[in-house]
Design a protein around this ligand. Sequence first.
Ligand code: AMP
Ligand code: MG
Length: 396
Amino acid sequence: MDADAAASLVLEHTPILSAERIALVDAAGRVLAEDIVAAASLPAFPSSAVDGYAFRAADSGKSLRVVGESAAGRPFDHAVEPGGAIRILTGGVLPAGADCVVMMEDVQLSGDVVTVPAGLKPGQNFHAPGADLRAGERVLPAGVSLGAAEIGLAAALGLAELPVGGRPRVALLSTGDELVEVGKTPGQGQIPDSNRWALLAALREAGAEVRLLGIGPDEPDALRQLVVEALAGADVLVTSGGVSVGTHDLIKPLLESLGDVHVGRVKLKPGKPFTFATLPGQKLAFGLPGFPVSSLVTFEVFVRPALRKMQGHAQLQRPTLPVRLGYDARATADRTEYQRVTLRREGGELVASSTGSQSSSRLMSLAGAHALVRIPPGDHGIGTGTMVEAMILSLP
Ligand code: AMP
Ligand code: MG
């Protein structure tokens, strides 16, 4: 199946999890589930932007009697009369009667008389009510990621809890008799289970709550038992390895027996054996290829957007940018290829350099890569200087 068709199919089958309410302390990285509409304007009162004196702009250029003070949180309770002024501090409420503030540095003070410069206009040096945002305004749309500014905004509006999309619970399983726990010395023909840790990091970055199932053997019954047990408490199963067509590749038949396999092979490099199934209870299963780069590239192309959809993100895909190839590439017949590159800026453009051998076992091709450039299928060279689309992982 075509890679784009497979990606669309995955999203079609991906449910949006039910929303929940959470306290601000847990909000970072979550996805807002409903629009936030301001119940009140900000600031709620006319608030001084500087330390200085509040008075009537009509009294500019005069000597005024200082009749009181308005500090942050401690308002002056009376009106300012013509010919009067009050000392005001940043964040202090502008009292009735006053319509401007002059900075402390710009006045002359003698006892309780302040001489203010001429030419001040109403509205100067304070924030009018609603200057930052108005009651009734939609301040945050559903689907945004809650970062520092968004959480700060919610807090400024007095919201102690926010409605957020549910976090997908993912069960993560590595398969293969050659795998050993990282930290143990591999025996003859054995390798450390590196995919578990790479995928755990990728899953967490994508907002998932991960349960590690460890290493599953290349043995159908044991594998089945592990998976069935894990699915009870999970929305998504992610496996790596065991999806090609070797005799020890048990994931596809297992998923076929548990649910419906929608994708069993994609025209994608790396990642041809990528497998996707839906399981009873609106659960998803992703059988990622075992080769470390293949598992992470298929994660990027298929799994990450699905996890984002489940959480209610408006933006499912990584950003893409046109970049100029800084090396000679060759398209692969009948397969879309994602080549790993670093980027550099050159005369207002982004230029891509290959990270070297693009072997699907070579994690060095992905470590430190800024982007995956998309090489459409074909049987031809794509020369240095060609513009291609890049899925941006980070910018230099
Ligand atoms: P498979 O898809 O099971 O045929 O595995 C393809 C290749 O990926 C083999 O060389 C495996 O040893 C390797 N591989 C599979 N699973 C892992 C893993 N968890 N960590 C590192 N390499 C793996
Ligand atoms: Mg295997």
